[in-house]
Design a protein around this ligand. Structure first.
Ligand code: HEM
Length: 479
């Protein structure tokens, strides 16, 4: 009974799926406008059930993993068997490692992240300014990807390796390959995937290139662990993964498995954060009226707290609001919160809708974010929207975390919602804030065509920052 967006016949639905691949955001928006609480869209290999009501999204949020599995939902979208490896869904302990250890570390090692932000911008932007003098135009997304890979990997694998150009490029290219190859594999029905998958899989090449960099470090760490070496391990992703590898899966503590896991986490971290940042950067460059109040806020926070700390970031409400609004406005996908129905008896929503085992479900994120019922002037970018909403909450005496960037809610699904909301979001927000603050403190920026924001680029359901646009940088105060 769930309405279909496209023809339902065996062959005609395949044509519908090809049409969907070309026009996914429009088709999802149309489904969202016309059909509550859900509709379905055709993929070449399945139907995807898209939730368009807050009530059913709340059901998704509450459902236990053995009924609705995020790992299997996400895994199918990414054809993990051939792209990231089955460990991603079979032993997803990286989720806990990121939630617990990376979040703790992004506070404890905030100054390391800041140091990498400073050095990475120095190498990517600063050096070119010195050489050029005046304004320098740089390809935004490309530059930001390299900076984000470095800052993330500072906490993942340490200062030396995060600055290695081949390792850095690998983290970026592998993730791009995962997405591209998953798209190809998912064009085929399940019966043909075992033939096509291995032919286009980026797994072996990606992990063997990573092995050159990571294997010696991991080998040394495992040796130390075995011999109970007194030397304290660096507080990084490699040591967290070794510590938390599930005891009942000894193969997780092997060099190839740990390499694969580090690449999986890079896949989750780098492009999401880089696209989010580039989108915000385009907003800032297109609307310079935001620069002065944001700069003022960052400078005041730094002087009140005597440098960077969790408290300093906490004071930057406008900065937080600007990033959250950019995430609302652009997002990284038209849909997220992927789930697969695992329970043999299927899953029944609170309105009585029943979906059988094996059904794929997701939520209409972009349409939710652009719904006038959720946001006034939803089609307008309003950088300080959430700062005003927070102020209003605070004046009513409620807690202030409600509209912070890292706090999901039914109208803000960029990180998902509930127990399975992105565990890396606290780290991502720290990184985003530090990078934007650095730009505000160090540079003036503008676009090639003043005031004309480079449009986002859609690939299927993925919303990416414009890949070819340049942002112009100038050392601040220079005339
Ligand atoms: C702005 C940047 C980011 C965005 C927009 C983002 C978004 C998301 C979304 C929408 C989900 C799915 C949530 C759900 O199913 O309900 C997710 C899951 C996840 N994210 Fe993020 N993310 C970001 C950054 C990061 C970072 C920096 C890390 C780690 C270093 C990370 C690690 C993860 C992990 C481990 C999962 C769970 C995946 C699984 O099922 O195993 N994310 N993220």
């Amino acid at each position: 009974a769930v309405p279909a967006m496209g023809p339902e016949g065996i062959f005609s639905s395949y044509l519908g799926a090809l049409e969907y691949l070309k026009n996914a955001p429009k088709i999802i928006q149309k489904g969202y406008n016309q059909h509550k609480p859900m509709f379905r869209v055709p993929y070449p290999d399945k139907w995807m059930y898209v939730l368009s009501s807050a009530r059913l999204i709340a059901d998704l949020r509450k459902a236990p993993e053995h009924e609705l599995s995020p790992a299997h939902g996400f895994g199918a979208t990414l054809a993990v068997k051939y792209t990231l490896g089955m460990r991603f869904v079979e032993t997803p302990y990286h989720e806990m490692v990121v939630r617990r250890e990376l979040t703790r570390s992004s506070n404890e090692r905030l100054l390391d992240v800041w140091d990498e932000v400073v050095c990475a911008f120095g190498d990517e932007v600063g050096v070119k300014l010195i050489a050029g003098g005046g304004w320098v135009a740089l390809p935004a997304l490309e530059t930001v990807l390299r900076i984000v890979s470095r800052t993330s990997n500072r906490l993942f694998v340490g200062v030396e390796l995060c600055r290695n150009a081949d390792y850095r490029d690998l983290t970026i290219e592998y993730a791009e390959n995962v997405i591209k190859r998953a798209r190809i594999i998912n064009l085929f029905p399940d019966a043909l995937k075992p033939i096509v998958g291995p032919l286009v899989s980026p797994l072996r090449r990606g992990t063997s290139r990573a092995s050159k960099h990571l294997a010696p470090i991991i080998e040394e760490r495992l040796r130390k662990e075995e011999t109970h070496d007194e030397d304290v391990d660096p507080n990084d992703l490699i040591s967290w993964l070794i510590t938390h590898a599930p005891a009942d899966s000894p193969e997780e503590k092997t060099i190839p498995a740990l390499i694969q896991r580090i690449m999986q986490i890079n896949f989750l971290a780098v492009h999401t954060t880089a696209n989010s940042f580039t989108q915000a950067l385009y907003h800032l460059a297109a609307e310079p009226r935001y620069v002065a109040p944001l700069r003022e806020e960052v400078e005041a926070a730094l002087s009140q707290e005597n440098g960077w700390s969790k408290a300093t970031l906490g004071r930057c409400c406008k900065l937080d609001s600007f990033l959250r609004e950019s995430q609302r406005f652009n997002g990284v996908s038209a849909i997220n919160m992927h789930r697969k129905v695992l329970s043999p008896s299927g899953f029944t929503f609170s309105d009585g809708t029943h979906l059988p085992m094996g059904t794929y479900i997701t939520a209409a994120t972009y349409a939710t974010h652009h719904d006038e019922g959720n946001y006034q002037d939803a089609e307008k970018f309003d950088g300080f929207r959430f700062a005003r909403m927070r102020e209003a909450e605070e004046s009513e005496g409620s807690g202030s975390s409600k509209y912070q960037m890292s706090t999901p809610d039914p109208a803000f699904l960029a990180f998902g919602l509930g127990k399975h909301a992105c565990p890396g979001r606290f780290f991502a927000v720290t990184e985003l804030k530090l990078m934007l603050a650095y730009i505000l403190l160090q540079y003036d920026i503008r676009l090639e065509e003043e005031g004309v924001r480079p449009p986002s680029e859609w690939f299927g359901t993925t919303c990416g920052a414009n890949r070819s646009a340049k942002v112009l940088f100038r050392k601040r105060f220079e005339t």
